[in-house]
Design a protein. Structure first.
Lengths: 264, 369
């Protein structure tokens, strides 16, 4: 009940503060939620997690970028940047997942009474499920960073249309520098909030630093945040470069100019 | 083009080199541990047949015959054999491969060993080194400041937990029921000063963040405090004797703090830029731009919270559904914590927009007299 009230309150506030675009964002949020539940159900049926990861990630990105912010040069640049970045990042994270043995129950979950009711027969590829969880965890932050940089760069281009190539890239990297601090802190505080109980457990159980660095639970929680931060750092230059390439390409600018002409 | 670029970056390259060397040392850090570490050289899997779980799903079981070489201690370099069992999905077992390093307990005579757990520090520390490297190389001085503020915040959190815990949880109760706002205040001031620098807009952002966090706190007290919606007893099962309700409230507020600061900084910077423009905008057009900026930030910031909170518990939820738990029970007893954190965080983000806008406008007005 209380949660439903909060959800309603969130909707009202978003509509009040953001107007039509706020409502739009709320619809995207609900769509993301539905997609999440659907993916979880499909994953628990034992359908290939990698396939679900690819389909759901592309859908999430499409919901968040062209749908929420309209199709234009800046959303196209971030869409491409996010998708292009997530491919090598997923491969790297998957590699680490498999080699650091971080899938399955961690050393704390293993001894929780609640989890002793879990069935011993699951027949799932838990390493791949872990990869889905880690990549999903990154998506929101990476999309946010990328679209923020692209939007700001678009504003710069509007006031200084003569900028292109290297100066534009330089300008974009400056914008990236000014936003990266708060993004990393957002992720860090989410981690603080999520893991305060776990941290308390580490302190009261007297985990040594070396024990902590090898613990599965620590890796699952903080490794994920570390990967997200790293991806945010990498998506900025990629977005900037793609944006400058897209805006200097005659075909792309003509395409969007003709679209804008048609709609107005 | 490459050589002048390299010349310009010599100190940074040196730093990167240093970090890489550090990484290399870490890969060979086995001597630091007292516990024996086994590096697996060969593995043979022997099928053991199938075992059926409570939900009727059968899973293949395997035994692994493992040979490896000890990496540390007085028996360093000796060959040791070990046995390991794992099931297909590795829910609470691990399938080891050749090349893995594992902590072991040696049997008498040091010829055989029992495997305890995988050694993961190399992966975690390499990821950390990569992050620090990228931050310092691409973002220079600002990157270092961010890193420093993170370290400071982590130390602050650690010290708080350390001091609280020392007194057998009684101080912990006192802290999380009444003294926690000081920690939030410190987090906020440290982070924003490091990220924003000593400027008027930084102080505006601090003020806005605190006001917004206070509003979220009020909302929490009104809706979720002592509410039956949050199954606190599910938490106390693992963390008996802890003030779980107060801890959860702290986790909600701390979790949203970063996002609220992000929004506050963005709004303060834009209002400052708008008000400082050559053509001074009137109040109405300023409000309109503010609304546009707010809508820009809101959607994607809320998505950040959504994905970060929802994804973390995903593997356990899937295991539970697979074991026959219903979706409603998972929603009610597992996901509810993340969902509550997410909702209050998202509301915090949206509230931060008018709050920061208002405070920023007031500050600009005052300046102009």
């Amino acid at each position: 009940m209380a949660l439903l009230f909060l959800l309603l309150l969130l909707f009202l506030l978003m509509a009040l503060v953001g107007g039509e675009r706020g409502v739009n964002s709320f619809v995207v949020l609900i769509a993301n939620g539905v997609l999440c539940v659907l993916s979880v159900l499909l994953l628990s049926l034992g359908i290939q997690p990698i396939l679900i990861l690819i389909v759901s990630s592309v859908l999430f990105v499409v919901f968040a970028l062209p749908f929420q912010n309209g199709l234009n040069q800046k959303t196209l640049a971030s869409l491409l940047a996010v998708l292009l970045l997530m491919i090598p990042v997923s491969l790297a994270v998957g590699f680490v997942c498999a080699h650091a043995h971080i899938a399955g129950l961690d050393e704390i979950q293993m001894y929780q009474i609640d989890n002793s009711y879990l069935s011993s027969g699951v027949r799932l590829n838990l390493t791949a499920v872990m990869l889905v969880s880690l990549v999903w965890g990154q998506l929101g932050a990476v999309i946010d960073t990328s679209i923020t940089v692209a939007s700001a760069l678009n504003e710069v281009l509007l006031t200084h249309p003569e900028l292109s190539g290297k100066p534009l890239v330089h300008e974009g990297l400056q914008i990236g520098k000014s936003i990266i601090g708060t993004t990393i802190n957002t992720l860090a505080f989410i981690a603080f909030g999520e893991t305060i109980l776990l941290c308390l457990l580490y302190v009261s159980d007297g985990y040594s630093l070396l024990l902590l660095l090898n613990s599965k639970s620590f890796f699952q929680q903080f490794g994920g945040i570390l990967f997200s931060c790293e991806s945010c750092l990498l998506v900025i230059p990629l977005t900037v470069v793609l944006f400058s390439k897209l805006t200097s390409s005659r075909r792309v600018t003509d395409f969007f100019a003709s679209r804008a002409g048609k709609s107005s | 083009m490459l050589i002048p670029l390299l010349k310009k970056n010599i100190p940074l390259l040196l730093a990167a080199l240093l970090l890489l060397t550090l990484c290399l040392i870490l890969v060979n850090d086995d001597g630091l541990y007292h516990q024996p570490i086994l590096q697996i050289t060969s593995v043979t899997d022997v099928p053991l047949g199938k075992q059926t779980g409570d939900n009727g799903v059968a899973e293949k079981q395997y035994r692994q015959e493992i040979t490896g070489i000890l990496r540390n201690g007085e028996n360093r370099g000796t060959k040791v054999t070990a046995e390991n069992q794992y099931s297909e999905s590795q829910v609470n077992s691990t399938r080891y491969r050749a090349g893995d390093k594992v902590f072991v307990r040696l049997a008498q005579g040091s010829k055989t060993a029992t495997l305890l757990s995988a050694k993961r520090d190399v992966w975690l520390l390499s990821a950390l080194a990569l992050f620090t490297c990228t931050l310092c190389l691409f973002y220079r001085g600002r990157g270092c400041l961010i890193l420093f503020s993170l370290l400071l915040n982590i130390t602050l959190l650690y010290l708080t937990l350390r001091i609280c815990e020392a007194d057998d949880f009684s101080r912990l109760g006192a802290f999380f029921s009444g003294q926690w706002p000081f920690l939030i205040l410190l987090f906020c001031v440290i982070t924003l000063l490091f990220v924003g620098g000593f400027r008027r807009q930084t102080f505006g952002a601090i003020l806005s963040t605190l006001v917004t966090t206070f509003l979220v706190f009020l909302l929490y007290q009104l809706t979720l405090s002592h509410s039956a919606a949050i199954p606190y007893d599910m938490m106390s099962e693992t963390f008996a004797a802890l003030p779980v309700e107060d801890l959860f409230r702290f986790s909600v507020l701390a979790g949203s703090l970063g996002a609220v600061m992000d929004v506050a900084v963005a709004i303060h910077v834009s209002v400052e830029a708008l008000a400082g423009a050559e053509t001074k905008p009137d109040f109405r057009s300023l409000l309109k731009s503010l609304r546009e900026i707010g809508a820009d930030i809101m959607g994607t910031m809320i998505n950040v919270l959504f994905f970060s909170y929802i994804s973390a518990s995903l593997p356990l939820e899937i295991l539970k559904i697979r074991s026959g738990y219903t979706l409603t029970s998972i929603l009610r007893y597992d996901l509810v914590f993340d969902f509550a954190r997410f909702l209050l965080g998202a509301i915090g983000i949206v509230l931060a927009i008018p709050v920061s806008g208002g405070i920023a406008l007031l500050l600009c007005r005052k300046e102009r007299g």
